[in-house]
Design a protein around this ligand. Structure first.
Ligand SMILES: Cc1cc2nc3c(=O)[nH]c(=O)nc-3n(C[C@H](O)[C@H](O)[C@H](O)COP(=O)(O)OP(=O)(O)OC[C@H]3O[C@@H](n4cnc5c(N)ncnc54)[C@H](O)[C@@H]3O)c2cc1C
Length: 394
């Protein structure tokens, strides 16, 4: 697929590598501000081998970290703008419950953040939670706090919408173009399986493949790629946990049985099946993500959770799909310039929570690429927080 303008002498302002949700939004913001932009994707689109495929992602204002809570206010507006431009619905409000022990400091941080930002919602005691949502049994005596603005993003539709909007702004998208070499310089030369392209700046948003692209540029980031099992659990009474029953998304905080969060969404993509996932997986190379998985500890943790907390679901997944997380050690994103080549910008390490924030991430990457002052503090996202980065080996 090829579309969009060829710039004079085929020198683009910016090339973006990777047409997942982050690269697609970065390319869209660049093209919207009049930059000649080329978006390169290794696989024919659409594909399901990275992190941005599938029909649903949770969007929420609830964030214990202030930097994300601030960005989310704008992110909702940008999603709404894309909906209007695309003329299609990308977001469905469902609300979300954060489940945790009242005394858990993380639970309290969620409550405080929601209150500080005036997000509509309420706190529910375990008894009130049972009364309001009979499908949830707070097995460990958990309380809940709700985020009334939360909901579901229609992920596949959103990805297509932003890529279409990018093309409408004159951007060029070439899929089936794997980047095999990057030559840094004032003009960056990018070799792909389909041709050689040149640009004044480069944005790398290659998801779990990021370190492969950065190795020849003398940089290896502390990224861990994880294969996530996306499990769909049958409802005993069809629809009981569905959108029409007003069942919300939920986020269950860590317990002694589950060292990572568990999140769920009302049944929608597969009628009668509820998507519930563990916010962790098994280390895996993205090229091997479709290898038949061994028995997974995370699915056992989910079975245990479903049988204790969600009495209306069968505690055995009927469908298991896969997706990749690319995690940083602190689970904060990496949004920064390459330490040696300042016209190469990196967006990586979205640590399983980047979809909802992609409109703002894309804008920040476009600002970094254009040499502008980014609109948010970049401290949490800088490379230098990893003091022991492997030295450049150019
Ligand atoms: C199971 C699961 C559930 C999630 N739930 C949520 C949620 O509820 N809410 C939320 O906000 N986030 C969620 N996330 C996280 C979110 O989906 C990711 O943070 C986001 O999709 C990351 O996007 P990306 O563009 O960085 O990566 P990707 O989507 O992987 O995109 C990278 C792209 O780069 C391309 N590429 C790589 N190398 C090359 C090359 N050499 N040449 C050309 N192209 C290349 C790849 O093919 C790929 O298309 C979830 C993720 C998973 C896996």
């Amino acid at each position: 697929m090829a579309a969009g303008r060829e710039p004079h002498g085929s020198l683009y302002d910016t090339i973006v590598v990777g047409a997942g949700i982050q690269g697609s939004f970065a390319a869209y913001h660049l093209a919207k501000r009049g930059q000649e932009t080329l978006l390169l994707e290794q696989f024919p689109l659409p594909h399901s081998r990275g992190s941005s495929h599938g029909q649903s992602r949770i969007i929420r204002r609830a964030y214990p970290q202030e930097h994300y809570a601030l960005m989310m206010a704008e992110s909702y507006q940008l999603w709404e703008r894309l909906e209007a431009e695309a003329g299609t619905r990308l977001y469905r409000q469902t609300g979300m419950l954060v489940l945790g022990a009242d005394t858990d400091p993380e639970f309290q941080r969620y409550c405080q953040s929601l209150e500080r930002h005036g997000v509509p919602g309420e706190r529910l005691t375990p008894e009130a939670l049972c009364g309001r949502f009979p499908g949830i049994r707070p097995h460990g005596g958990e309380a809940a706090v709700s985020d009334g603005t939360a909901g579901i993003l229609h992920a596949d539709r959103a990805l297509r919408a932003v890529q279409d909007a990018f093309r409408r702004c004159g951007g060029a998208l070439r899929d089936g173009h794997k980047v095999t070499d990057i030559k840094p310089g004032v003009v960056v030369t990018v070799t792909t399986s389909g041709g050689v392209y040149r640009a004044k700046s480069l944005v790398i948003t290659a998801g779990p493949w990021t370190n492969q692209l950065l190795a020849p540029l003398g940089l290896q980031l502390p990224l861990q790629t994880l294969r996530i099992n996306i499990c769909y659990w049958p409802e005993k009474v069809p629809g009981a946990y569905g959108l029409s029953a007003h069942f919300p998304c939920f986020l269950a905080l860590r317990t002694s049985q589950a060292q990572h969060h568990i999140f769920g969404l009302p049944s929608s993509e597969y009628p009668g099946l509820v998507k519930i996932c563990y916010h962790w997986g098994s280390p895996a190379d993205p090229e091997e993500r479709d290898r038949a998985p061994e028995a997974s500890a995370d699915v056992q943790i989910l079975r245990d959770f479903v049988s204790k907390y969600l009495p209306g679901l069968v505690p055995e997944p009927a469908v298991v799909e896969h997706c990749m997380y690319t995690n940083t050690p602190d689970e904060d994103f990496i949004l920064d310039r390459h330490p040696t080549f300042s016209n190469i910008v990196i967006g990586a390490g979205f640590s399983g929570h980047g979809f909802k924030l992609a409109p703002v991430v894309g804008r920040l990457l476009s600002q970094l690429s254009a040499g502008e002052e980014p609109s948010y503090t970049m401290e949490p996202f800088r490379l230098r927080r990893f003091s022991a980065l492997p030295p450049a080996a150019l």
